[in-house]
Design a protein around this ligand. Structure first.
Ligand SMILES: *[C@@H]1O[C@H](CO)[C@@H](O)[C@H](O)[C@H]1NC(C)=O
Ligand SMILES: *[C@@H]1O[C@H](CO)[C@@H](O)[C@H](O)[C@H]1NC(C)=O
Ligand SMILES: *[C@@H]1O[C@H](CO)[C@@H](O)[C@H](O)[C@H]1NC(C)=O
Length: 491
């Protein structure tokens, strides 16, 4: 609908109480044109957003053999008009009572990986994809049991997100990603005004260890600059997150060595050749050592060192599964090849149509991670600890979790990184610091919710509720945490 079109004006001026502007008798008899125009603008944009919501509504998807009661929406939000950059989102209302639940944004990393491919389709989303690559099943541990759940493919060039300026795909980086994501949220909340004042949280994993705090910082600064709370950000949580390159490398090689995955020689070489400075822009000599390390590790899944890799053949996988069960590693069924099924499903034209993917903008072949985006990544600061310092000061709720069988961004790296914050000790039986919680999830790999879905749902519920798991927790609470597979260390 056009802004200020006759119908919306007529409708709203005939109901003067709605605008609340005609409080004086003078205004009632001779409406102030400027104010009237204002109410027309509000009215039409509200109608616009409702209309756009309707257009974005997702109906039953191909291969969806079950019904759900919660609403789903998918589509694009333009984040930069001049170059034609648009981010793709998929939104799930909470399974029950969405009006009372917070809004949660989930981001995957890469850089270049799709939040829909990983977060939604194999970790925390309600719809997961069966091995046939054609049908869906309902994830019983979906995080939309705890929140209204929003996924975006970020930045442009990832998943279904696109730019009409092709050079944009060669110029992605941390800074523009944060800026575009902030624009996305501001505009998305215009389209979904019912979520405008809602408590808002951000969560993500891996390289989103950059995105999540950086976007949080962008929101906090925007709110300050505009002296308004356009986005009601309450906190964020990251898992197996890249935070600080120096401490990442320090912890990485130590983890590989102590897990028996690399030789003494390689470990010693890593200490000499990796100057532990930057992951994205590592020195060549260090990349070589990493290559040697990977060779030595052989055919294992670095993201989950005790589970079979996707390439393992059937008999091998069975054997590994047996071993795994014998040592009591994982209780849940685990499929290492989920990314393959996802790729098959999201390349189906009828699926893309149901999700309102723009035909011209859809990539020739949809991929879980874009190599182009990854390879041409521009700016990536060596640390985001300075952002943590700023945001801890703002009183945001900040939680960090780590699956302890991940060799990509291992728990040792995360612990060194948190140490580096030198947060003041509060005291208690376990380590407790001010401003940040750290949780280790036993038996989980890089994608914690994929390996430990039940525990991850418990985790997000505790995070959103702000339930502290303090050092002074009773012995029974500690025990419960242990049973659930979560070892709680409050930092
Ligand atoms: C889903 O809902 C439709 C329409 O109400 C109904 O016809 C169908 O039987 C339902 N399917 C399942 C699996 O419950
Ligand atoms: C990109 O170009 C297409 C085709 O001209 C157009 O339909 C679309 O709206 C453009 N996207 C953006 C974000 O400007
Ligand atoms: C599967 O792996 C096992 C163990 O490495 C090997 O002996 C067997 O030949 C493989 N089977 C196939 C079909 O590749």
């Amino acid at each position: 609908m056009e802004i200020g079109s006759p119908t919306s004006c007529t409708k709203f001026t005939s109901q003067p109480k709605i605008s609340g502007l005609q409080s004086s008798a003078l205004e009632a008899t001779r409406p102030n044109l400027y104010l009237l125009l204002g109410s027309c603008l509000v009215a039409s944009s509200l109608e616009d957003s409702i209309a756009q919501q309707k257009l974005d509504k997702v109906l039953k998807l191909p291969g969806q053999t079950f019904n759900v009661s919660f609403a789903r929406y998918a589509g694009y939000v333009t984040v930069d008009k001049n170059s034609g950059r648009a981010l793709f989102y998929w939104f799930f209302e909470a399974a029950e009572d969405p009006d009372s639940k917070p809004l949660l944004l989930w981001l995957n990393g890469g850089p270049g990986c799709s939040s829909i491919a990983y977060g939604l389709a194999e970790e925390i989303g309600p719809f997961h994809i069966r091995p046939d690559g054609k049908t869906l099943y309902l994830n019983p541990y979906s995080w939309n049991l705890a929140s209204n759940l929003l996924f975006i493919d970020s930045p442009v060039g990832v998943g279904f997100s696109y730019s009409n300026t092709s050079s944009d795909l060669l110029n992605n980086g941390d800074k523009r990603t944060a800026k575009d994501s902030l624009n996305f949220l501001l505009k998305w909340l215009e389209r979904f005004p019912q979520y405008k004042d809602r408590d808002f949280y951000i969560a993500g994993e891996s390289y989103a260890g950059h995105y999540v705090p950086q976007l949080s910082q962008a929101i906090v600064r925007y709110n300050k600059a505009t002296k308004a709370k356009a986005i009601n950000l309450k906190g964020y949580m990251v898992g197996n997150a890249l935070t600080d390159d120096y401490h990442h490398y320090l912890g990485l090689f130590q983890f590989l060595w102590s897990a028996g995955l690399i030789s003494d020689e390689t470990y010693k070489l890593s200490n000499v050749l990796c100057d532990y400075k930057s992951l994205v822009h590592s020195p060549d000599s260090c990349i070589e050592v990493l290559g040697v390390a990977v060779e030595e590790m052989g055919n294992i899944d670095t993201y989950s060192i005790y589970t079979p890799p996707c390439s393992a053949n059937a008999s091998q996988a069975k054997w590994l599964l047996k071993r795994r069960l014998m040592v009591g590693q994982l209780g849940e069924k685990y499929d290492p090849c989920t990314a393959k099924h996802t790729e098959a499903y999201f390349n189906l034209p009828e699926v893309q149509k149901s999700l309102h993917v723009l035909p011209g903008a859809a990539p020739f072949k949809w991929e879980t991670c874009s190599e182009t985006v990854n390879r041409y990544w521009k700016d990536s600061p060596r640390t985001v600890l300075d952002v943590y310092e700023e945001l801890i000061h703002e009183g945001l709720r900040i939680w960090i979790f780590s699956g302890d069988t991940d060799a990509a961004i291992p728990i040792t790296s995360t612990r060194y990184t948190i140490d580096a914050l030198k947060l003041p000790t509060v005291g208690g039986r376990t380590q407790e610091y001010k401003g940040l919680n750290f949780l280790s999830v036993r038996g989980a790999g890089h994608e914690v919710p994929k390996h430990r879905p039940k525990q991850a749902l418990t985790l997000i519920k505790a995070f959103l509720a702000g339930t502290s798991m303090p050092a002074a927790a009773s012995a029974s609470q500690q025990l419960i945490s242990e049973i659930m597979g979560i070892v709680v260390i409050t930092l």
